[in-house]
Ligand binder design. Sequence first.
Ligand SMILES: Cc1cc2nc3c(=O)[nH]c(=O)nc-3n(C[C@H](O)[C@H](O)[C@H](O)COP(=O)(O)OP(=O)(O)OC[C@H]3O[C@@H](n4cnc5c(N)ncnc54)[C@H](O)[C@@H]3O)c2cc1C
Length: 433
Amino acid sequence: MSQDLALDVIIVGAGVLGCSLALELARRSHRVVVLDSRGGPGYGSTSASSAIIRYHYSHLPESAIAWEAGHRWQDWERHLGVVDPIGMAQFVPSGALVLEGPGYDIELFVSILRELNIDVDELTAAELRERFPGLDPQRIGPATVLEDDHFWAEPTGELAGMYVEGAGHIDDPQLATHNLAHAAEANGAVFRFGCEVVAVLRDGGRVSGVELAGGERVHARVVVNVAGPWSAQLNRLADVLEDFTTTTRPLEHEVVSVPAPADFRLGHGGTCVTDADFATYFRVHAGDTIIVGGLEPPCDELVFLDSPDDAATSISQKTWELQTLRLARRLPGLGIPSTPRGIIGVYDVTEDWIPIYDRTALDGYYVAIGTSGHGFKQAPFVGEIMARLIEQVEGGHDHDREPLVVKGSWTGVDVDLAHFSRLRGVVPQRGMG
Ligand SMILES: Cc1cc2nc3c(=O)[nH]c(=O)nc-3n(C[C@H](O)[C@H](O)[C@H](O)COP(=O)(O)OP(=O)(O)OC[C@H]3O[C@@H](n4cnc5c(N)ncnc54)[C@H](O)[C@@H]3O)c2cc1C
């Protein structure tokens, strides 16, 4: 892009998505300022991410984004084009296993993965035992709360599953975000931390910048809301929500940490698991530990917050007991320590758990929001998707009438952005299928 076509862009939010977008826009020679109220990149919801890089989704466009992004995670230095002096995040090839259960259609996952030429193995219970000896593949679900007698009921059969060897996780999501910010800076992007955006400015029917707490005004032709679970607050300030068919809401999410049994560790039968039968997800983690979170089954209360800042600061005893005991039923070798450990994060959830990557009715104001607890993996490609979307729309393309299809340059996948439109038909669901 020549300098005279370069755009002035304000990105609100230096999480993994905002930093990825900053890199892609700066690479295209746009003048980028990233504003964040916190002290550094990745200090928001990204810091709590389990950072699982899986490719199975119930919809092809999301699998396609994850697959293209997965290639970039796996060749991180090539993607960034620079080496961050504080260290580089690593893709850990821990694989991804799904156990069948309500709301998780393995046949559908497999057909989408195969359409994208992603290697996937369908496994019987006997094959699951052989490959993952520490894991008991008996049907114990559907998940219940601890007080329900069914929690301890005898198994009612055996589970089938699917496994993607090429999946994994990122060892340090905050460092990965720092890596993106460093690469963006190397391409000319400017980061300003400790800056809270308190107003979105308009001029002549389009966005013209933002106002910071303290009164400073920063002007730009383009403003992008990449504010994670604070996205709804910023959209309200911008007054753009009238034509959205889905909302974004902050949902508290607790992730518990336990010592891993010897038969479920990295390189020794451990992997990333979506246990749709008993409604947990868990993965091997550094220091021979396992982290485990819930899949939001109907029996679990969803804790929506007015603001992400209202989230609890320490793991509740109730969640600790529930998730560790659910995990113990799946991993019989698990020992449960008496002291609760874990972290609390906040998802930015839409009604259908599909993100919104789109323009808005306010010219120049864009959103990459509503990542619903699964947006970390998508970030390296979503930055490029948003950069291309912004360029096309600013160049006059009517994306609402004719949604763009973006091709992944590493895998050749096509992503139809109609799927992520703020105007899409929304089918509400609970949890990320
Ligand atoms: C517990 C947990 C586990 C997860 N596990 C996974 C997983 O395994 N795999 C996966 O793919 N995804 C996972 N996710 C989801 C993923 O982490 C998120 O989708 C992703 O990190 C969101 O990044 P972001 O950049 O959009 O938001 P954030 O990282 O939240 O960044 C938003 C930034 O905006 C700033 N901000 C907000 N409002 C303002 C304002 N008005 N002014 C200035 N700055 C502002 C905030 O300070 C923040 O730094 C998980 C999320 C959580 C919480």
